[in-house]
Design a protein around this ligand. Structure first.
Ligand code: AMP
Length: 365
């Protein structure tokens, strides 16, 4: 059987889980990243270099049947030349849209997917003006390069404008109305080059300080799931997308408001490794390698908990029945995603009590 070679820009934990999913399929991943100690480099070969270095990217393309990425902030310009050497999937246009919160919201709106009231902000005066127009509370965010709640400031009072601007103010910001959501959910889906689309059940996501703490899936709500799937399909088709894409939503008064999308596998989809017939990682590889997509059917009721800042006691966690443990091989640092665990149970009540037991053993630092 011919091995398929996938080049991956960025060698973080997402790439690592992709490489691990690739082995049984006969798909071999090779990475480009700055450090030979990166999470993915511990399980697959790596070219060590800058992610946007033209020569390194060309070298990656030369040894790959298809190139993808586990880090969505690589510039589209840097990827453009390698499109002449090999296929780049998902398409560069999807990457570029998702790198700018304003462009992302414009795409959602064009596709009639609801978003929070928002406006571009480039100066303190404009922020004050926008706060008056859109109202409070609201969030000032960087349009680019923000993730896991970084580069964000919540404003509750007109007098917060000064503090917000001195904390994170710069050209290229967005101000958006704060959403009083009852829940945050996400949908992970995948599209093949032939246009086949499959998606996973909704996941309900619990954040702290802007970063994902844990997810519960399937989050059973057929009306919301139907709508989320519909929105996801619109985005996948509009971008002629190939691979896995994730959309995160706020649930506000029973309606879905799109927050952002990620042109890649997603933290809220990690539960699919043990929780579904085919994981998000395997399905991404299948899609970009032109293999048939796998079933997204859930195998039970799952909870996925992130390990942030400190690794928990492995022995105690593994003592819990039905728990799978994932260590990304990273140095601990406050707030850093170091690993996760997934609990899979037959019934939601069993899952919920196992989740409560596991949470007692995990501390986010
Ligand atoms: P983001 O980087 O946009 O995913 O934001 C990180 C987290 O901050 C989200 O998952 C929410 O918990 C919170 N957040 C971001 N934007 C808003 C908003 N407009 N209203 C309420 N909460 C928000």
């Amino acid at each position: 059987m011919k091995l398929l070679r996938v080049g991956i820009v960025g060698a973080g934990q997402l790439g690592r889980m992709m490489a691990l999913a690739g082995y049984p399929l006969g798909v071999r991943c090779v990475f480009l990243d700055r450090s030979a100690a990166s999470p993915a480099a511990q399980v697959a070969p790596i070219l060590v270099g800058e992610l946007e270095d033209a020569d390194q990217l060309a070298a990656l393309a030369a040894c790959s049947d298809v190139v993808t990425f586990d880090w969505e902030n690589i510039s589209g310009k840097a990827l453009e030349p390698i499109e002449k050497l090999t296929r780049v999937r998902p398409p560069r246009a999807a990457l570029e849209v998702s790198q700018d919160r304003l462009a992302e919201k414009a795409l959602f709106s064009k596709l009639r997917i609801p978003v929070a009231a928002h406006a571009a902000v480039d100066s303190k005066e404009q922020l004050a003006d926008t706060v008056r127009k859109i109202g409070l509370p609201g969030i000032l965010k960087t349009r680019r390069l923000g993730y896991d709640g970084k580069g964000q400031f919540v404003l509750r009072d007109p007098r917060d404008v000064d503090a917000a601007w001195s904390a994170i103010g710069a050209a290229g910001m967005i101000y958006e109305k704060f959403q009083e959501f009852s829940r945050e959910v996400s949908i992970v889906g995948v599209r093949s080059s032939a246009g086949q689309i499959v998606s996973y059940p909704l996941s309900a996501n619990h954040h702290g300080g802007g970063i994902l703490h844990y997810s519960i899936a399937p989050y059973v709500n057929s009306a919301l799931e139907h709508t989320a799937r519909n929105y996801l399909n619109r985005v996948l088709k509009a971008l002629a997308y190939v691979g896995v894409l994730t959309i995160e939503f706020f649930v506000v008064k029973g309606r879905l408001i799109a927050n952002e999308m990620a042109p890649r596998v997603h933290n809220s989809g990690h539960w699919t490794i043990e929780g579904c017939v085919t994981s998000q990682f395997e399905n991404h590889l299948r899609a970009i390698c032109d293999l048939p997509l796998g079933s997204t059917r859930p195998l039970g009721h799952a909870a996925m908990i992130n390990f942030l800042g400190t690794m928990p006691d492995r022995t105690r966690l593994l003592g819990l029945d039905g728990l799978a443990f994932h260590d990304y091989g990273k140095e601990p640092r406050p707030g850093r995603k170091l690993g996760h665990c997934t609990i899979l149970k037959k019934r939601p009540t069993e899952r919920n009590s196992a989740l409560a037991d596991a949470l007692k053993l995990i501390e986010w630092t």
